[in-house]
Ligand binder design. Structure first.
Ligand SMILES: *[C@@H]1O[C@H](CO)[C@@H](O)[C@H](O)[C@H]1NC(C)=O
Ligand SMILES: *[C@@H]1O[C@H](CO)[C@@H](O)[C@H](O)[C@H]1NC(C)=O
Ligand SMILES: *[C@@H]1O[C@H](CO)[C@@H](O)[C@H](O)[C@H]1NC(C)=O
Ligand SMILES: [Cu+2]
Length: 587
């Protein structure tokens, strides 16, 4: 029989007591550990590069009949479930898209479609009675009478009718128990008439976009053109053509997703904060994952799905990215670069050739300050994204993919012959304490009547003037656009003062102010895009096409129907409060 030493029995609790006493002494000296420090501790306790990069499940927006593709009808639900963001984090409660609760993922399934073959999706809301994250009833918000989480899906970059656009006012709760004023039908039509490329779907409910995306309601959508794919011969197939869905999140000690419950101006907005920044970087639903790659070319479609963080990516072993596309369009020819710079919601379509790597691993890093461009430098946590583990030896199959010398030429972006020139001015408002309270475009609310009413089928020039201190990614629904000129505003304070009283860029003589230095538009952004970064203190001239960018043909559906479209800043915290305006096309 084992003899129990009574001294030992006493010893253990005594040591625990001493540790506890010491702990409380430290606490008393330093005060309670701040919430921010706790969140950082959780993130920094996670070992990087231990989870394998997941591939999200694929669902097909077409089916084959007698060897020809025919439209498919998909049903995709939103579910509350548990999701493990890291090997060492307890599972978090998330909202996830999927065909069933069991198969739902964060991000949701990748929807694969074919150009010219419509896809029908019935989006179903199975979310619970209460939100898992805080939200703010004082910003314009969908508030159902009987509880539930309002949700509605927007296909970002999609060219489709207004009734299928996911208007912020077309939200619905579980079982369609309650619907917003613009709700008209449960099944959306995506005609896939546009050029092939990278899109993504995400929630767009009024005032809840930041919280619903943070909770996990995002997913990728691809339109493929098999003829073009065969001609370009870029790396292809599920193993070599992949999505990297990148976002930042903070986690509490119990593994749950963290969002601040207290606003920066709580007497005005009890919860709203101007920008969400997380301490951990998550790719395809895992914090700092790794991916084993062969020594060959890979295509990565990198989607920035952060609420507010900009990314400037590079590879630790100095391998170059060859960028072939931006947002939903190809570039005219590939652009070789060491850095890829992405604002929220922007997409970079890149090829990395690991066959020429001199190392056996490469870390994808980020060095964009936050907020961009005037904020703090990125720390060692958000400075790392993921790791590529490059396998030694030759690839399992010879790499027959290519990076062609030229890619795709769409219609050129011309200011000449534009049907209309508009001025779009970004404003930020502050409390007496000098902290942001809200942001508006053209000094107007979303609820104010539409002032941007372009004629469907035409091309317009928009002069976008940023009077705030931050860079804002401008996003238009339906229309593709590209920046053609970026010029600094001189005597900015005088111009701002005039705009504050007159709110009219022409009356405030914007021409006389937009005479400062010109900024060169990076080569990898010179294509049709659905988000463009707008520099603070600059006027950015964009050409906006309210027609198909491949041919200039008018939309093959009625783009002028109710409830219309919107355009907004894609920093989600700004969009919700309320850097968003209607975009109502007319005949
Ligand atoms: C919606 O209605 C169904 C059936 O009446 C009910 O079971 C469910 O709890 C309701 N959900 C919400 C969010 O109101
Ligand atoms: C949450 O917001 C409040 C108010 O702005 C701030 O004092 C606090 O530090 C924030 N918490 C974190 C973890 O950032
Ligand atoms: C990523 O997307 C978010 C939200 O759309 C945006 O605020 C942020 O600036 C983007 N970051 C990059 C690097 O694109
Ligand atoms: Cu913004």
């Amino acid at each position: 029989m084992m003899k129990i030493d009574h001294h030992q029995l006493l010893f253990v609790p005594l040591v625990l007591l001493m540790i506890a006493a010491n702990f409380f002494k430290v606490q008393a000296q330093q005060g309670p550990i701040s919430e921010a420090a706790t969140l950082r501790q959780v993130a920094s306790s996670l070992q990087m590069f231990v989870d394998e990069l997941p591939q999200m499940p694929k669902v097909f927006g077409f089916s084959m009949r007698h060897r020809s593709p025919v439209p498919a009808h998909l049903t995709i639900g939103m579910f509350q479930k548990k999701w493990k963001f890291h090997r060492d984090l307890p599972p978090a409660t998330v909202f996830a898209y999927g065909k069933s609760k069991k198969t739902a993922t964060v991000p949701g399934p990748t929807i694969e479609t074919l150009q010219g073959v419509p896809t029908y999706v019935t989006w179903q809301n199975h979310l619970p009675q209460r939100h898992i994250l805080p939200w703010d009833p004082t910003v314009p918000t969908a508030i159902p009478n009987n509880g539930g989480v309002p949700a509605v899906v927007h296909l970002h970059g999609g060219v489709h009718e207004p009734q299928s656009d996911g208007s912020a006012f077309a939200w619905f709760t579980s079982n369609f128990n309650e619907t917003g004023p613009a709700w008209s039908k449960p099944t959306y039509t995506y005609p896939n008439v546009q050029h092939s490329g990278n899109l993504w779907y995400h929630d767009h409910a009024l005032g809840l976009t930041r919280a619903n995306l943070l909770a996990g309601l995002i997913g990728a959508y691809v339109i493929r053109d098999p003829k073009l794919d065969a001609k370009l011969n870029l790396p292809s197939g599920p193993e070599f053509d992949r999505h990297l869905f990148v976002f930042d999140r903070s986690f509490a000690t119990d593994g749950s997703l963290y969002m601040n419950h207290t606003g920066n101006n709580p007497s005005i907005h009890p919860q709203w904060q101007p920008e969400y920044y997380g301490d951990a970087i998550v790719v395809n639903g895992k914090a700092w994952p790794f991916l084993k790659v062969q020594r060959r070319k890979y295509r990565f479609r990198i989607i920035n799905a952060s609420n507010a963080r900009y990314f400037r990516f590079s590879l630790s072993n100095r391998l170059a990215f060859v960028q072939v596309g931006s947002d939903s369009s190809y570039l005219p020819s590939p652009v070789r670069t060491q850095n890829i710079f992405l604002s929220p919601s922007e997409i970079a379509d890149v090829v990395i050739d690991f066959s020429i790597s001199t190392t056996n691993e490469a870390i994808l890093t980020n060095d964009a300050p936050y907020p961009y461009p005037i904020g703090s430098p990125v720390d060692d946590l958000c400075g790392n994204i993921m790791k590529f583990v490059i396998e030694p030896g030759s690839p399992s199959q010879p790499d027959r993919s290519k990076i062609p010398a030229t890619l795709v030429k769409y219609q050129p972006a011309r200011t000449a012959g534009a049907a209309k020139r508009r001025y779009i001015v970004m404003h930020e408002y502050s409390s007496n304490a000098g902290t942001p309270t809200h942001l508006y475009i053209n000094g107007k609310r979303l609820e104010d009547p539409a002032t941007e009413t372009p004629k469907s089928g035409t091309t317009e020039v928009w002069e976008v003037i940023n009077l705030t201190p931050d860079n804002h990614p401008l996003h238009l629904h339906l229309a593709m656009f590209q920046a053609v000129k970026v010029q600094e505003l001189v005597n900015l304070d005088a111009f701002k003062a005039c705009m504050t009283t007159k709110n009219d860029a022409v009356a405030c003589n914007v021409k006389a102010h937009a005479t400062g230095k010109l900024v060169k538009i990076p080569e990898n952004e010179r294509t049709w895009k659905n988000a463009v970064k707008i520099e603070p203190g600059y006027k950015t001239t964009i050409v906006v096409k309210f027609n198909l960018v491949e041919t200039g043909a008018p939309y093959p559906f009625d783009a002028t129907a109710q409830p219309g479209f919107v355009y907004h800043c894609h920093i989600l915290d700004h969009e919700d409060n309320a850097m968003i305006r209607p975009l109502m096309l007319v005949k």
